[in-house]
Design a protein around this ligand. Structure first.
Ligand code: SAM
Length: 282
């Protein structure tokens, strides 16, 4: 017999149905005209990549479905053990620079974007996402928190921002949602966008754990998570040109990978030293 229902339908969906405050969600869903307000973010000429226009988490059209945006935060709090904020802080705590300009790629409903702004209040923080509905939720959260962030629709593979215009580029929970070729393109784009010495930090599922616990890659209906689990963020970052690459486990199920855009290399010349052999440059 062919199994019609997915693991998500059979196990997770009923659990979430119990946990979610359906009344509050329905009120929020009907509090605005999502299509019309989404126009504020829609960029003319933006083409959604093919990988993006399919079902994620059993939701038709994935993040281009309003219900996906409305239910994202209430569900996410239960899938980042032991505590969503601690996991997100795993990224913040590993930032070493004092960034003045930050770009959060695939910012979604802005949970990490807002933490970045709280942690670096002087910085200009920009969140970029393909989904106008996720951006609308992020905008509501920023207003509630009284935090000023910029939110923009765009593709993380090709953002359109100028070269070397950011000190810090981040992405949380984005890479397990993309084919690995897209993850590599996004890292190349992050490299282009960073100033020399700038940092990239990626928070996502722990690739080693996901390889060991295959059921984790089955249960959430993620079309690309197996591809992500089979890969290596360390290797992808190295290929994109980043140095000082290091992955650290965050509460077993997640990881943060950090890399630095190297400073330009210059060959040392004899003329760089004075007659006593001391360094004579600058
Ligand atoms: C799982 S959500 C993560 C959202 C948020 N960063 C967080 O930590 O909760 C993945 C997000 O990536 C966005 N996304 C996927 N591919 C993208 C791309 N190529 N460019 C920009 N955003 C993308 C989706 O629209 C979605 O909002």
């Amino acid at each position: 017999m062919v199994q019609q229902q997915t693991l998500f339908d059979r196990f997770l969906s009923p659990v979430f149905n119990i946990l979610l405050d359906r009344e509050a969600l329905s009120q929020y869903r009907h509090s605005k005209d999502w299509e019309k307000e989404g126009d504020r973010f829609r960029q003319p000429g933006l083409v959604y990549p093919a990988y993006y226009q399919q079902n994620f988490h059993g939701v038709k059209q994935g993040y281009l479905n309003i219900d996906a945006a409305v239910t994202y935060d209430p569900i996410t709090q239960y899938v980042l053990p032991p505590n969503e904020e601690w996991v997100r802080k795993g990224l913040i705590e590993r930032i070493r620079c004092q960034p003045r300009r930050i770009l959060d790629l695939g910012c979604g409903t802005g949970s990490t974007t807002l933490l970045l702004k709280k942690s670096f209040p002087q910085a200009e923080v920009i969140g970029l996402d393909l989904s106008p509905y996720m951006l609308l939720v992020a905008e509501d959260k920023a207003q509630q928190a009284k935090l000023t962030i910029q939110l923009q629709q765009g593709n993380a593979e090709k953002t359109g921002f100028p070269d070397a215009s950011f000190d810090l580029v981040t992405a949380s929970l984005l890479f397990h949602e993309t084919p690995s070729i897209v993850a590599c393109n996004i890292l190349q784009e992050a490299f282009r966008l960073l100033k020399a010495g700038g940092e990239v930090l990626i928070l996502d599922g722990n690739q080693a754990t996901l390889r060991q616990a295959e059921w984790l890659t089955e249960v959430f209906e993620e079309p690309y998570i197996k591809d992500y689990a089979a890969g290596s963020l360390d290797a992808w970052m190295g290929t994109a040109g980043f140095g000082d690459v290091r992955t650290e486990e965050v509460w077993w199920v997640n990881q943060v990978t950090r890399g630095v855009k190297p400073l330009p290399y210059r060959k040392v010349e004899f003329s760089d030293f004075d007659a006593n052999g001391a360094w004579a440059v600058g």
